[in-house]
Write a protein that binds this ligand. Structure first.
Ligand code: NAP
Length: 269
């Protein structure tokens, strides 16, 4: 599984041709983990993804998400069917609960397990789950069932490092970092942090964004899914996949972007 994948939130804001070109360029470069959701563009992102992966479905690790308001037992089954239809596929590689809502977690998990038995999803996971939510999911599902926890993680928001990443590491639950560029809040070149990223990048022939992605995936079991509607951006992001930062570089970035105090709760967008 490549550590860098492709997000699709707001992909529909680009023209159809541009969006599809970007996703395909990503697949060509090995960014085969594609993250989408019924929420994104009211299903439009799933439709664009379907076009982009036509003829290449077997190459892709395809992830979609059920909205909390649809995540009852029957609602989850119905939402999955709609996603499969928009994605023009017979299965998802992973299906996530987008965030917790009013429907009881045991009902959503029962639906996920039913979808797995039917071969419509190959695994299921969660998103925006703090440690207490993860504990609850683990108690319901048992070990080895939660395929991932997708959470907010970028240089200026390192809250998950305090408790979520350690819990996930202990329980062998991969972490998927969403909004790894802070969704438009990437450190400016002339900021203190921006200068550190540039310095590390210059020594490694990498860009500041590649350094940032490499930093986020420095822990084993952590993945990142930047969204890029531009093929050039996708190519830059793909270039981060092979970059391994050394301890001194990690220390410099740690200092430039402090993790903040523990116990602040789980931030989400
Ligand atoms: P993001 O990936 O942090 O940032 C996306 C922005 O960065 C876009 O404006 C994109 O521009 C730009 N960008 C990407 N690569 C770039 C590059 N190499 N150079 C310059 N700019 C670049 O934000 P995000 O879309 O919020 O997060 C990524 C994905 O995570 C989402 O698309 C979605 O799949 C997932 N997500 C999940 C949740 C959840 O609750 N589970 C929440 C948020 C996001 P262009 O598009 O113009 O290339």
């Amino acid at each position: 599984m490549p550590v860098i994948g492709q997000g699709t939130w707001c992909l529909e804001s680009a023209t159809r041709a541009t969006a599809i070109k970007a996703l395909r360029r990503g697949l060509d470069l090995g960014l085969t983990h594609i993250d989408t959701a019924e929420m994104y563009g009211d299903g439009r992102a799933e439709e664009l993804t379907a076009e982009a992966i036509t003829g290449r479905r077997d190459q892709v690790f395809l992830v979609s998400k059920v909205l909390p308001q649809n995540a009852s037992r029957t609602g989850t089954l119905a939402a999955c069917e709609k996603s499969l239809k928009r994605l023009k596929t017979d299965r998802l590689d992973c299906y996530l609960l987008h965030w917790r809502g009013r429907h009881p977690l045991p009902d959503t998990i029962a639906a996920f397990e039913e979808l797995m038995r039917a071969g419509k999803i190959l695994s299921w996971g969660v998103s925006n789950f703090d440690v207490s939510d993860l504990e609850e999911a683990l108690a319901i599902a048992g070990p080895g069932r939660i395929a991932c926890n997708q959470v907010l993680y970028h240089l200026k928001e390192r809250a998950i490092e305090h408790a979520v990443i350690p819990w996930c590491a202990d329980h062998k639950v991969p972490v998927v970092a969403y909004s790894p560029y802070g969704q438009g809040d990437f450190p400016k070149e002339n900021s203190d942090g921006g200068r550190v990223l540039a310095q590390v990048g210059a020594a490694r022939k990498a860009t500041a964004r590649q350094v940032a992605l490499a930093y986020l995936v420095r822990h084993p079991g952590v993945f990142a899914i930047p969204k890029a509607a531009s093929a050039e951006h996708v190519a830059e992001n793909a270039g981060a996949g092979d970059l391994r930062l050394n301890p001194a570089e990690i220390r410099d970035i740690d200092q430039a972007f402090p993790a903040g105090r523990p116990g602040r709760g789980l931030p989400m967008l």
